[in-house]
Design a protein around this ligand. Structure first.
Ligand SMILES: C[S@@+](CC[C@H](N)C(=O)[O-])C[C@H]1O[C@@H](n2cnc3c(N)ncnc32)[C@H](O)[C@@H]1O
Length: 226
């Protein structure tokens, strides 16, 4: 690792995601082969939401879409909204591409990269109506808290990328992570919000189901950029 990488937000020890195997099922590989060129965006240039979704009433980025169950359902519920699904895990990208095809969705684009990097380097300030962050990796152990995606610099990043009046919606099944997020967003005078009831539009994800199965309590939080 170079010295510049060591100091970077995206170095190994600060990554907000786990490095998992890239084993991909036949269905995920097939969906990737058939649909990535149509729905995938390689972030090697500036990503302009209004160019990609010219007729959409709003544009939302979901960070860490996992297998994409919630992402596809929400995009189906809101056909007039454009969605960017950002996920580092390739099998998840394949699963979501298969769902896009199954649901015949036109309002979803996928980015296979660290969402913080995409937001910081490839998206203009004030270009998003909302950010969805559903069940971010909780990083339970204290020595790993620095890997939680919600950090002070992430709050700044979210603030910069949202439009005025835009919001971030976070859901987590780890109460200490809900408290952690509430501390960071709730104590920032540039935002207004807090705990909200689970919105009807947010379906259960596989990850959420597992948490509930273990007796975890799910918290939804919403913060509006003032
Ligand atoms: C615990 S899973 C939850 C997935 C999904 N939202 C759900 O509820 O089932 C967290 C996901 O976020 C992804 N992730 C974590 N940090 C990320 C980042 N910086 N950029 C993009 N994806 C990220 C991980 O790869 C993982 O798939």
């Amino acid at each position: 690792m170079s010295s510049s990488e060591k100091g970077s937000l995206y170095n190994l020890s600060n990554r907000s995601f786990r490095l998992r195997g890239t084993r991909i099922t036949e269905a995920q590989a097939k969906a990737t082969e058939n649909f990535w060129d149509v729905f995938g965006i390689v972030p090697d240039h500036q990503i302009i939401p209004s160019e990609i979704f010219p007729t959409s009433k709003a544009v939302i980025m979901e960070i860490g879409t996992g297998m994409g169950e919630a992402t596809a359902e929400i995009a189906r519920t809101f056909p007039e909204t454009g969605f960017f699904a950002v996920e580092v895990h390739r099998p998840g990208i394949g699963s979501l591409l298969a769902r896009i095809n199954e649901f015949e969705l036109k309002n979803l684009r996928l980015i296979n990269e660290d969402a913080r990097k995409v937001l910081e380097e490839k998206m203009d300030d004030g270009c998003l109506d909302a950010i969805h962050l559903y069940f971010p990796d909780p990083w339970h152990k204290k020595k790993h808290w620095k890997r939680r995606i919600v950090q002070r610099d992430f709050v700044d990043l979210v603030f910069r990328k949202l439009k005025v009046g835009g919001h971030i919606h976070i859901a987590t099944d780890w109460v200490p992570y809900a408290e952690w997020s509430a501390n960071l967003f709730g104590q920032d005078s540039r935002f207004n919000g807090g705990i909200i009831p689970k919105p009807e539009f947010r379906p259960l994800t596989r990850f959420e189901g597992k948490g509930i199965g273990k007796g975890h309590i799910v918290t939804d939080l919403k913060y509006l950029k003032l």
